[in-house]
Design a protein around this ligand. Sequence first.
Ligand SMILES: [Zn+2]
Length: 295
Amino acid sequence: MTICPACGGSRSRTSYLGGGRYRDFAYTYLRCLTCGSLFADPMPHEALLAALYSPDYLGEHYAGSLEGGADHPEMAAETACAVRWLAEWKSGARVLDVGCGAGRFLTLAASAGLVPEGYEPVAETAHIAERTTGVCVHTGALEKLAGHYDAIHLADVLEHVPQPIAVLRDAVARLAPGGIVLARGPLENQAHLFHRLIVLSRTARGSVRALPPIETPPYHVALFTAWGWHALLGRAELRPRREEISELRWPAPIGFSARPRALAKTLSRLVSASPVGRRWRFGNRVMTLAARFGE
Ligand SMILES: [Zn+2]
């Protein structure tokens, strides 16, 4: 039986995204009929995950951070916002950044008076982050990590792992009493105007002829809806206390562009930011500060 990694539902069907192929790994994106999230079936196996997240991944995706430069402006602003939320919640909080990458969050958090530590499952990546930031970065199995933290930060982690609920539960187990989780990442199957246009376009093309397989590596194995995101948090016994759903400008450029794709994106962002869009939670990014049930 195929289980949705977000809500744990067991009913699914093929989605508008179709299938992907990377090296000898072929998979299909299914849509969960309970929460609407998409997910890869089958999930990447251990050997493929190890190859996908070798230290080369860090070099390719975090080169700006490694050199001390700026991330993508929208991501940099979101990271700064995450640090602000944590500092507002508890100044001087001890924070574990699970999946810290090159450590940009660690540096920012330390400069804001928080007490950060990092975690990366790949030892070589952890050593690079520790060397770059001067902050302690743990490695090995997360469930064996000693110590308890005021807050756990997970940025762009849960969509990458075949079993996000296991990672989330291991992370929650590292919380001190009264501690909180700040999780953020993409909501790639959440409704917004631009998303609907892509779904319509792909569905129309798929009705005429078979869509070519997706050739990009299967980094994102769960494409969440807000419903699926909240179901996942709930399965880890977490209840949102503060949340923001927004829509990224990407793939439109930072400056003005009259290309149809950029104009459609601009319109979509305006709709998402409107009172109607906010009410219906239109967008493709989420940042949630959550506490354990009963706390
Ligand atoms: Zn689901």
